[in-house]
Structure formats: C-alpha cells, structure tokens
Design a protein around this ligand. Structure first.
Ligand SMILES: NC(=O)c1ccc[n+]([C@@H]2O[C@H](COP(=O)([O-])OP(=O)(O)OC[C@H]3O[C@@H](n4cnc5c(N)ncnc54)[C@H](OP(=O)(O)O)[C@@H]3O)[C@@H](O)[C@H]2O)c1
Length: 306
C-alpha cells in the first residue's frame, strides 16, 4: 500500500481508503463479514476509513466503532461526517447549524470510541450554510482537540469550489471516477490550495461493468435498485466503460482506481465493498500504473469518440 499526504493537514493516508457506508453498514449485512472487511483492510495497510453519522440509517458509524475496538487507532485517519442524521424509515435529515454539527461531532467520538476525530466532514452543505458561525464551530472543535481537520463532502462543484477558498476547511471529498473527468480542474485547484482531496465513488459505484445486471447476492439487488432509481445516468454512461473489464493484466476495478490515483492531486480513493475478494483486488491497485493505451481508451469513452 502506498501513502499520500492529506493536503497540508500533516496527516498521511493510505491512497486507497475503505468506505463504511451503504450496504456495508446495514444490519442485513452480517456483522461478522462487515467487521472482517475492516480487519482485512487494516492488515493490508489501509489507514483511512470513511463513514458518516447518517450512513446506513445511522448504523455504519457505530459498526465501524465496533470494528476498531481494541485496535491501535493512533496511525489511522478515521473520517466521519456531520450535518446530516438518520431520520428514520430510510430518510436523512439535515442540520448544519453550529450547535448540531458540534453535537454530531461529540456523538461521533463516543460512537467510534475515539478521543479525537482525525477528519470531520460537513456532509453535503449548501454554500450558504458554510457561514462564519459554522466555520467558528469547526475551529472550536479543533481548538478543543476533538477534531484534527475539517472537510466538506459535496458532489456540487460550486460548493467544493467555494470550500477550497475557506481557511478552516482542510479537505474536500468529491465524486471522482472515470465518469467524472470534469472534476479534474477542481481537484487541481484544491491541491494547489493545500487541501486534501478524497475521491468518493472511485469505482463509479461499480457501474462501469453493468453491475445492475449481475445479481449474486442480496446486496446486488440493493445496488441494482439504487442504480436504477437514483443513478440511471451513471448506469447508462458506465456501459461505455465495459472494455475496462476485458483488459488483461489488471481488472476493471483496478483500472478504474488506477485512473483516479493517476491524478496527483487526489490524496486517496475511498472504495466501498462488501466482498473480501473485491477488497483484496481493489487494494492491490495501489501502485498500479494506468497503461497509456488504457488512458487513451478511457478518454475516448469519456468524450464519446470511442
Ligand atoms: N455513493 C455516495 O453517494 C457517496 C457519497 C459520499 C461519500 N461516499 C464515500 O465513497 C465511498 C465509496 O462509495 P460507493 O461505495 O458508493 O462507490 P464505489 O466505491 O465507487 O463502488 C462501490 C461498488 O463497487 C463494487 N465493487 C467494489 N470493488 C469491486 C470489485 N473489485 N469488483 C467488482 N465490483 C466492486 C461494490 O460492490 P461489492 O460490495 O460487491 O464489492 C459496490 O457496488 C463510500 O463508502 C463513502 O465513504 C460515497
């Protein structure tokens, strides 16, 4: 596993992080398997674990806490999120008031069993919500030693662009993958400003391989439903990248990760998986170079000239 600096935070992260979200955090996914994935990731050198207070109906963060119990967390970068909360029946509530974010950070520390959270990210704030009061609360959490760094997670380029200019924001998490080459200038600006950049959904949620058509377990039904209900654009666009899965020398997921990690502005790609074999395959992508002819084919598929 290779490691990269998280911007100017002074923190170092494994260039592939493990996302504790979605199906991984759901009670329907066996606790033993979920914890086993975190432990395998630790054994394979992963030091970055990303979760959120509202992930998996509020179940992901405490599950990560249980996975980390008794482990040496001193060199880990545990990242969580505030500003959203599980509001019951699968709904996610929002509250970006300074008081709510402060209380959420304090709850996350208890849930995760940590004295200090290496990275607290605001989970999808609007630009107007990134006000002085909220930034003051983040500064206060840092001053109290409750968080080490603060970030903004958004898939809205205008919000990220604004966040890059904010002094108290140390890192951003955006959606960057073969389907999102347009994020590259934003990543360059963030890196130039000394911000850490986490690439969320680096495998395009698995949609490069027409995942919706491959049902082998209950999680695949859930992924397929999520894709068809909320991410039809990605499913359609992903169909152009089926060639990634027929390369030889590297798997489609490894090629997708090599593409993301070829961007020097990216601090880490944060993957999600529920399968040990996938985890091993994905982590083996660290240090893999993207062959020039594959990069050209990706570009052709991105511009529609393939
Ligand atoms: N998605 C979002 O809206 C979002 C938002 C904010 C932050 N994030 C962060 O980004 C992380 C990753 O996001 P994500 O899980 O949505 O997207 P992702 O990592 O791009 O893709 C995950 C999908 O890829 C599949 N996959 C993983 N490795 C594979 C392999 N080697 N071969 C075939 N399929 C493979 C997984 O299925 P299996 O379980 O079968 O491996 C899953 O369906 C999250 O955990 C979170 O920390 C995501």
């Amino acid at each position: 596993m290779l490691y990269r600096p998280l911007g100017a935070t002074g923190l170092t992260v494994s260039e592939i992080g493990f996302g504790c979200a979605s199906w991984w955090g759901k009670p329907a996914f066996a606790e033993r398997s979920a914890l086993g994935l975190v432990h395998a990731a630790l054994d394979l050198g992963v030091t970055l674990f990303d979760t959120g207070a509202s992930y998996s109906g509020g179940e992901a963060e405490p599950r990560l806490g249980r996975a980390l119990k008794g482990r040496d967390v001193s060199r880990l970068v545990i990242a969580s999120k505030a500003g959203t909360y599980a509001a019951g029946r699968g709904r996610v509530g929002r509250d970006f008031s300074a008081a709510a974010v402060r209380a959420s950070a304090e709850r996350s520390l208890k849930t995760l069993g940590l004295e200090s959270l290496p990275l607290l990210q605001l989970h999808g704030p609007m630009r107007s919500e990134l006000n002085d009061e909220l930034l003051g609360a983040l500064a206060e959490l840092k001053a109290r030693g409750l968080i080490r760094a603060a970030g903004v997670n958004s898939f809205d380029p205008a919000v990220i662009d604004h966040a890059i200019g904010l002094t108290g924001i140390d890192a951003v998490m955006i959606d960057y993958n073969v389907l999102r080459p347009e994020r590259a200038p934003l990543i360059a600006r963030a890196a130039a400003a000394g911000k850490g950049v986490l690439a969320g959904m680096p495998l395009a949620m698995g949609h490069t391989g027409l995942k919706v058509a491959k049902i082998r377990g209950i999680q695949d039904l859930w992924y397929a439903a999520r894709g068809l209900v909320r991410h039809r654009g990605e499913v359609r666009a992903g169909a152009r990248f089926g060639f990634l899965h027929r390369l030889g020398g590297m798997t489609g997921s490894q090629a997708a990760l090599a593409y993301v990690l070829a961007n020097a502005g990216v601090s880490a790609a944060v993957i999600g998986t529920t399968r040990l074999a996938h985890l091993r395959e994905d982590l083996a992508a660290s240090g893999m170079a993207l062959p020039a002819q594959v990069a050209r084919r990706i570009e052709a598929a991105q511009t529609g000239s393939a």
